[in-house]
Design a protein around this ligand. Structure first.
Ligand code: HEC
Ligand code: HEC
Length: 276
């Protein structure tokens, strides 16, 4: 009797263990199904966003916060891998090669729309790609013997004045005349007011933004040796989706960068910073 009871209890125990085992297995299976379906849903959502990113007109992407978030997430690792070496991990550029900062609210080419940024990333600037932006270069005025060393020094002082920094008045006045002279023709590319030309990629010289360095020696070197800044083309390295994601990312970072302090009013600055 006692033994039968024990056998009965044992078999109940075994049955209970089996039931619990089966339940646990079912639970695990359920969890696996949920995880897999969540992953699939995530992947489908990513694929939908990727399609939408490509199908939306570049400039309109910024009106869809979900698309912007998707583009930013795609672009961050791409930027670190392909762009940071020249433009800097902090996006502040590199004066050695003249790579622009993206945080200064100034664009060399166009107005920094997603569409314009995308074309630059696709085909580059002076990259050798037939569709690259390539209108002109900064000429090597000194190297070619077009102007003398003294004249370059005068132009440097004029550029210092234009960018609201301390300058030598007499030299700057001479530089001003040279800048607007037909033989030297700085104005032809940089504009009579030195405000730059976004169709030529000629920098605005009045903002104190110099991608090749704004100290007197660097400005001298720009005028003496000229510049030939190159931005590579990425159309054969990255997919269109990746390039669009990068364009949206850079557009957003640039737009949200802290505002630059306004330059001092030029007349007042001329009086206050002249060295003599
Ligand atoms: C080998 C160095 C180099 C690399 C790598 C590089 N760039 Fe550039 N990039 C430049 C230089 C130099 C310029 C300035 C060209 C000029 O003066 O017109 C430039 C210009 C640009 C401009 C135009 C800025 C303006 O003010 O109009 C954009 C946008 C840009 N780069 C985006 C990128 C992106 C995105 C990547 C990564 C996929 C990248 N660059 C990788 C060197 C580089
Ligand atoms: C044919 C057009 C052209 C002429 C003429 C020209 N520039 Fe430039 N300049 C450019 C371009 C384009 C750049 C951008 C750099 C490049 O070419 O890679 C530039 C760059 C510069 C820079 C460097 C800016 C920076 O971001 O660091 C300075 C300084 C400058 N020019 C001053 C002058 C002065 C002064 C003259 C007249 C003696 C002059 N330029 C004449 C087209 C021109």
């Amino acid at each position: 009797m006692w033994r039968a009871d024990r056998e009965h209890a044992d078999s109940r125990h075994v049955a209970g263990r089996r039931r619990r085992g089966a339940l646990a297995g079912l639970g695990l299976l359920l969890i696996a199904v949920v995880v897999v379906s969540l992953l699939l849903r995530h992947e489908r959502a990513q694929a939908t966003l990727a399609r939408a990113l490509l199908q939306t007109y570049p400039q309109d992407v910024t009106m869809h916060p979900a698309l912007v978030r998707f583009a930013q997430a795609q672009a961050r690792p791409l930027y670190a891998k392909y762009c940071a070496a020249c433009h800097g991990a902090d996006m502040r550029g590199n004066v050695v090669i003249g790579a622009p900062s993206f945080l200064d609210h100034d664009w060399l080419w166009g107005k920094g729309t997603v569409f314009q940024i995308e074309r630059i990333v696709l085909y580059g600037i002076r990259s050798g790609n037939p569709k690259a932006l390539n209108v002109t270069d900064m000429p090597a005025f000194g190297l070619r013997g077009q102007i003398s060393d003294g004249q370059i020094q005068e132009l440097v002082q004029y550029v210092m004045k234009l960018s609201h920094r301390p300058y030598d008045t007499e030299a700057a006045n001479e530089g001003d005349m040279l800048f607007h002279e037909d033989r030297v023709n700085c104005y032809d590319c940089h504009g009579a007011d030195a405000g730059g030309n976004a169709d030529y990629g000629a920098p605005n010289l009045t903002l104190d933004i110099f991608y090749n360095g704004g100290d007197e020696q660097s400005i001298y070197n720009s005028i003496y040796y000229g510049r030939h800044r190159i931005m590579p083309a990425w159309d054969e390295v990255l997919s269109l989706e990746q390039i669009r994601a990068l364009a949206v990312y850079i557009h957003e970072v640039a737009k949200n960068a802290p505002p630059r302090p306004a330059p001092p009013a030029s007349a007042a600055a001329d009086d206050s910073v002249a060295l003599n």
